[in-house]
Write a protein that binds this ligand. Structure first.
Ligand code: F6R
Length: 607
């Protein structure tokens, strides 16, 4: 998704903007640009493609003179991903420049209105409409905040933007509505960005701007206003504890690999403060006031949806709470069937996924309690939910989600045990077995990950020429089969489908031939016999099989991949990284852009 960085300070602004944009690359983008004021004129640089293309254009002397400016990475929503549509956009007189994230839904109507005032447009973007509206109002007199406020009243949709003016060098205005924007306060310098890593090398003091807030800043001062009334608002600065290193690759070739290898620590972090060691009681003070739900309704997208589906199996098994799991983009356009004592659980790494956020708003409107399981503190979903449990995975940079899902599974595991215990369905011995195994897991996983990576590298080479894959699982491993297929698709571009193994004979088995391999999740559990039969059916059609399995299962397949054994559902914490590493090694072998796969964005903040 698009990224914004704006800087007003004492340093040369262009290197700060480029550095900020680099740390926003993980959000995905197809073009980039920046603008600043120097010698009373606006300077604009834009390029399609990666940031390197923009940097090659920045060779003139004056780029080092400006000490304020705005920058943007664009992920196309309106108009092709080319230089003309790249941000910043200027008003007709080239007095104002703007960078914008989000979608202005009524931009066609506004364009027609502005054309009536004699405005013409250079690009196909909705953004140009916003800067032209502000400029149009300024012609009629008044200040820039007044013009912004007037324009924002006319706009429908979502936005986060930053604006500079040729007539006010050194001042920046920025505002948000349903799109993330964070202010960073430095010493003699101030920042605005879509995400904290963009300015983390310079400051840790931040304000999470809310909808309808407008910030005006220069190097020494800043004020937040209500964007409608222009009344100043008092805001609290929060100190962020992430270190810069946490947002960098830490010696790994890719963020994705680093994040896969961080999973043991993620499990530890997720457990911190959650387990009372003497009694093995689970502590979730965030939901103490929430009654045990009679029914749970999970809403999420993509990988987070798969985590929710995994949660359904676990929650129904341990806590005997019936669970519905729905994709947010489907849920939000269906009639809401109301039911007493239902709790909604939204799961989201970014906390900014537009469909999940819209589903949350719908549920809240009908008065149901919403519990959010979120990774990003201060994100919209975290702020909108009635109760929030943070997943403690740390910043996830790679577009393909890995450690965030691991953290979601840990918290869902703890949540299931928590409600099971409160319903007196498990005795303390059962909880001790489960939680004790979880506690022992990170050390085991730490030892196992390098072994898994080697195995993944060998197997992925054998199968990297395949054009399609099946991923099969049964029971709680079915959602992991879906996730394994998603990971392979998104980073290696090999077609893959996840199936419940028992479904194969209802149609998909027709596809099996020697060139259509299957990766089967076949741990040593009560469903092993069933999955063995499914695999025999594949072998009868000469299909090749990789089996993620455990010692003593007696499988006879093309490639056996043995993982360690642990307590019940916790085997998922070995299976999940094995699937992630298989996708990772396949993509690396095929030379794909692992951290920024084509056509994908890290946070899907538009529909
Ligand atoms: C896949 C992936 C996406 C996200 C989905 C939801 O690797 O990252 O499928 O899981 O876009 O994102 P969040 O969890 O941020 O709501």
């Amino acid at each position: 998704m698009c990224g914004i960085i704006a800087y007003a300070g004492h340093r040369p602004a262009v290197p700060v903007l480029i550095q900020g944009l680099k740390s926003l690359e993980y959000r995905g983008y197809d073009s980039a640009g920046l603008a600043f004021v120097h010698r009373e004129s606006l300077h604009l640089f834009r390029a399609s493609g990666k940031l390197e293309a923009l940097e090659t254009k920045l060779d003139s002397d004056h780029v080092l003179h400006a000490t304020s400016g705005i920058g943007h990475t664009r992920w196309a929503t309106h108009g092709l991903p080319n230089e003309t549509n790249a941000h910043p956009h200027l008003d007709i007189n080239a007095h104002l420049a703007i960078v914008h994230n989000g979608i202005i839904e009524n931009f066609q109507d506004l364009k027609t209105m502005l054309a009536g005032f004699g405005c013409s447009f250079r690009s196909e973007t909705d953004t140009e409409v916003l800067v032209c509206l502000i400029s149009q109002r300024l012609k009629e007199g008044g200040s820039i905040p007044e013009a912004i406020s007037w324009a924002l009243n006319l706009i429908e949709g979502s936005y986060a933007f930053a604006l500079i003016s040729k007539n006010h060098p050194g001042t920046i205005w920025a505002a948000r509505q349903a799109s993330p924007l964070i202010f960073g306060q430095g010493t003699g310098e101030n920042f605005v960005a879509s995400d904290i890593p963009a300015f983390l090398p310079f400051t840790r003091d931040v304000i999470f701007l809310e909808d309808n807030e407008l910030v005006e800043m220069n190097s020494d001062q800043w004020t937040v206003y209500d964007a409608r009334t222009l009344e100043p608002i008092t805001k609290d600065i929060q100190a962020i504890s992430w270190d810069v290193q946490a947002a960098r690759k830490g010696g790994y070739k890719h963020y994705m690999l680093k994040e896969i290898f961080e999973q043991p620590q993620v499990i530890r972090d997720c457990m911190t403060g959650r387990i009372e060691r003497k009694t093995w009681n689970i502590q979730l003070p965030e939901i103490e006031s929430l009654p045990i739900p009679k029914r749970l309704h999970i809403i999420a997208c993509g990988t987070s949806f798969h985590a929710g589906l995994w949660g359904k199996y676990l929650m129904e098994n341990l806590a005997r709470i019936p669970v519905d799991v729905e994709i947010a983009s489907e849920f939000r356009y269906k009639p809401l069937v109301t039911e007493e004592d239902k709790v909604y659980l939204t799961i989201s790494q970014s906390g900014e996924t537009a469909d999940t956020l819209a589903a949350l708003a719908l549920v809240k409107k009908h008065g149901f309690p919403v519990l959010g399981l979120c990774n990003v503190v201060g994100s919209s979903i975290a702020r909108e939910s009635d109760h929030v449990i943070f997943t403690q995975a740390g910043p996830e940079i790679s577009v393909a989600s890995t450690k965030a899902m691991c953290s979601q599974l840990v918290l869902i595991f703890l949540l299931s045990l928590y409600w099971a215990r409160r319903k007196k369905l498990l005795d303390s011995q059962a909880v001790e077995n489960a939680v004790g195994s979880l506690t022992a897991l990170p050390d085991k996983l730490e030892l196992e990950l390098p072994v898994m990576r080697e195995r993944a590298a060998v197997i992925s080479r054998t199968y990297s020429a395949s054009r399609s894959f099946f991923f099969l699982g049964r029971g709680i491993y079915y959602p992991l089969a879906l996730e394994g297929a998603l990971k392979l698709k998104e980073i290696s571009y090999i077609h893959a489908e996840g199936y419940a193994a028992g479904e194969l004979k209802h149609g998909p088995i027709a596809l099996i031939d020697p060139d259509f391999p299957t990766l089967a999740i076949a741990p040593d559990d009560s469903l092993l016999g069933k999955i063995k039969s499914n695999l025999k059916e594949i072998q009868a059609r000469k299909g090749k099989i990789i089996a993620l399995t455990q010692d003593g299962t007696g499988l006879n397949v093309d490639d056996e991949w043995t993982i360690p054994k642990t307590w019940g559902a916790l085997n998922s914490f070995f299976i999940l990284p094995a699937l992630q590493l298989f996708a990772y090694e396949t993509a690396v072998y095929l030379g794909k852009d692992v951290d920024q796969p084509r056509n994908l964005a890290k946070s899907v903040t538009v529909e």
